[in-house]
Design a protein around this ligand. Structure first.
Ligand SMILES: NC(=O)c1ccc[n+]([C@@H]2O[C@H](COP(=O)([O-])OP(=O)(O)OC[C@H]3O[C@@H](n4cnc5c(N)ncnc54)[C@H](OP(=O)(O)O)[C@@H]3O)[C@@H](O)[C@H]2O)c1
Length: 92
């Protein structure tokens, strides 16, 4: 059993990663920005932490909560799709 951290797990790629890792028997620590989004993930077998990656204090809080925890694999998929171009680069 691996210990997997998925940051940005409320939907999209992160949600899919949580499901896949829980299904194969991993211990999954999933982060969401909105506390309410954690309930469905808990029901699916993940442990849930609340983190806004754009907020340094929130990220520091995650570091404290994970202190001493060995993580085998961390997926950082929290983000915003911005279909920018070279002429109009992403701003977020
Ligand atoms: N899907 C693709 O084909 C593709 C291709 C290339 C790159 N990417 C990149 O891969 C990442 C994930 O893609 P996706 O399709 O899964 O996107 P998505 O469905 O839009 O999901 C984005 C995830 O990031 C979270 N998030 C956004 N801002 C956050 C913040 N400040 N703090 C914490 N969580 C935050 C969202 O949480 P909330 O629900 O709270 O908003 C959500 O869980 C994005 O960065 C995207 O740009 C995706």
């Amino acid at each position: 059993m691996a210990v997997i951290l998925v940051m940005g797990a409320s939907r999209g790629i992160g949600r899919g990663l949580v499901r896949a890792c829980v299904a194969r028997g991993d211990r999954v620590i999933a982060t969401v920005r909105q506390r309410a989004d954690g309930e469905a993930l808990r029901a699916e077998g993940a442990e849930v932490l609340v983190v806004d990656v754009a907020d340094p204090a929130s990220v520091s809080g995650l570091a404290w909560q994970l202190d001493g925890q060995e993580i085998d694999c961390a997926w950082y998929v929290a983000g915003v799709w911005d279909a920018g171009t070279a002429a109009h680069p992403p701003t977020q």
